[in-house]
Design a protein around this ligand. Structure first.
Ligand SMILES: NC(=O)c1ccc[n+]([C@@H]2O[C@H](COP(=O)([O-])OP(=O)(O)OC[C@H]3O[C@@H](n4cnc5c(N)ncnc54)[C@H](OP(=O)(O)O)[C@@H]3O)[C@@H](O)[C@H]2O)c1
Length: 263
């Protein structure tokens, strides 16, 4: 039996086991996908091999640690510096990032966008900034603190901390912070968020499965919005395609995985 897991902290909220196990079951694949709570990201590689895993996903806060744990990085993950999908290729750990392309698939329904404000500066923010720029949607980064902004400044992005930010108009506002994930916090001050939403066209919270305080404010502002469910599905479809070493098309995986959302 092939074994897969998702590494994270927290990880109990993750729907990935349900999504991947549903696909394995429906397609008669002898595989099992579990959750692994990991507090120390530096242990990720050792735990991966000790568990005899064929592959894994990585969630908050270990995507940058996962990048450093790999023998080889492929695709857009090289540019992002964060990995959310790991494959065991003959004892070598190969890292990919499926969040980026998964996100682009989800914003198609918003129509043409010129720019986007990304709240947060972690692994997900890096993924979205990289892929948005590739699709000529100019990203601007706004983070609570300045520590993680160097990566963005060094790569030519406009990147601000709460102290240095001056509000502007953005087509899309994206919450990539973990504020609202296991607390009831907004990702920035309420007055500033209200001001930004009043000048925005649409919004996304990448958190899924709950109405975060951010999404609550977006609804009050009556903007078109999405939570993270579509992105979750699309990144999961791409990850499952990699778990199966590309032998099953994403068009085959997608409708099956989508059914798992009904449970
Ligand atoms: N839907 C999907 O498929 C999908 C895919 C990927 C990620 N996600 C979600 O995206 C979120 C972020 O993941 P990640 O891997 O990028 O996390 P991460 O690397 O740990 O980064 C977290 C970011 O959130 C900020 N932050 C944390 N608490 C905050 C608060 N109370 N107020 C303001 N900012 C706060 C941090 O700011 P500091 O730098 O100041 O600490 C940091 O910029 C998680 O909720 C994850 O579940 C969803």
């Amino acid at each position: 039996m092939q074994l897969f897991t998702i590494f994270g902290n927290p990880v109990s909220h993750s729907r990935s086991p349900l999504m991947h196990n549903y696909v394995f079951k429906k397609r008669g694949i002898d595989a099992c996908y579990t959750r692994t709570q990991l507090s120390d990201g530096s242990k990720l590689r050792d735990v991966f091999f000790a568990k005899g895993l064929s592959g894994a996903n990585v969630t908050v806060p270990h995507k940058e640690a996962a990048f450093g744990a790999c023998d080889e990085i492929r695709g857009i993950a090289k540019e992002i510096g964060a990995v959310n999908t790991l494959i065991n290729e003959n004892g070598r750990l190969i890292g990919y990032n499926t969040d980026a392309d998964g996100f682009i698939a989800t914003i198609q329904s918003f129509g043409t966008l010129k720019n986007a404000l990304i709240l947060g500066a972690g692994g997900t923010a890096r993924a979205l900034a990289t892929v948005l720029r590739r699709h000529t949607i100019e990203p601007v980064i706004l983070n609570r603190s300045s520590g993680r902004l160097d990566y963005f400044s060094e790569n030519g992005y406009q990147a601000y901390s709460w102290e240095t930010f001056t509000p502007d108009a953005y087509d899309l506002i994206i919450n990539t912070t973990s504020a609202g994930l296991s607390d009831d916090l907004l990702p920035l001050s309420a007055p500033l968020l209200t001001q930004l939403l009043s000048r925005s066209r649409c919004a996304i919270d990448v958190i899924y499965g709950k109405e975060t305080p951010f999404l609550h404010e977006v609804k009050r502002a009556e903007l078109p919005f999405k939570d993270g469910s579509d992105m979750l599905l699309e990144q999961g479809v791409l990850a499952n395609h990699l778990f199966m070493h590309g032998t099953v098309s994403t068009d085959t995986i997608r409708p099956i995985m989508q059914q798992s959302f009904l449970y």
